[in-house]
Design a binder for this molecule. Sequence first.
Ligand code: 13P
Ligand code: SF4
Length: 300
Amino acid sequence: LSFSDDIEAIHRLKRERNAVILAHNYQTPEIFHGVADIVGDSLALAREATRVDADVIVLAGVHFMAETAKLLNPEKTVLIPDMAAGCSLADSITPEDIALMRQAHPGAPVVTYVNTSAAVKAASDICCTSGNAKRVVESLGVPKVLMLPDEYLARNVARETDVELIAWRGHCEVHELFTAEDVREMRAAWPGVTIIAHPECPPEVVAEADFSGSTAGMSDYVRDARPGRVVLLTECSMSDNVAVNHPDVNFVRPCNLCPHMKRITLGNIRTALQEMRHEVTVDPAIADDARRAVERMLAV
Ligand code: 13P
Ligand code: SF4
């Protein structure tokens, strides 16, 4: 009952404010299916942010996603329902770290994962997401690239490319918890199960999975391969959201919760639209450089 009350109010407020809600695949089903106008992985959200025709964007996701939307829409109001929705990867690296890495590897371009602050993006040459990392790395046409800050993403991409990738020590606190032992136990418990791992998982987990891809890649894989039983080694809401469209597929958990993604609720989305908060801004001193890194990625 309270869901439908919030959902109705949010739809009304969206019309009043001329606002759209961009929601990441890890948002809860009542947000993902109930109020979002655009849903997707990090790459889709960045791409769709360039096509928004509203005055206000509410980013139902974490802070770096809202910053990216703001970079691409400097003239629009971008709101995040909870400013504390962060990311362990974004917290793992600073612009000063990037400067030190450049000194240690002169001439090597810096590819940063979009899961970083705008300041870190500004210090890099180009961004990537888990959906385009290999393509971005190879687009540079050089033998050695610094790929920061997700160590596991870099090592997972390194297995698929001849480009030498220098990694950082950042990890996603959600995906680093999965182990190869989990994968083996699931195969024993569910013979024939299809196991899909996000590339933020440790390489030994990805190595034992049947498929690895971004959250959009996972969703497309389930749609196209129609496995009888599947495990998505990722954030819990992912299976909940995909399962709605595939009643014939048996989604086995485990999953892990992202405490940052879970800070966003119908209640604080409603408040965000009511009170027009919390507005996400980017320091003008770094905005142009950060935008360049994101736009360069979108052009690949
Ligand atoms: P993608 O949706 O781009 O796969 O990213 C996953 C993630 O962890 C975002 O926080
Ligand atoms: Fe960051 Fe991991 Fe949460 Fe995504 S799931 S926001 S990468 S901590």
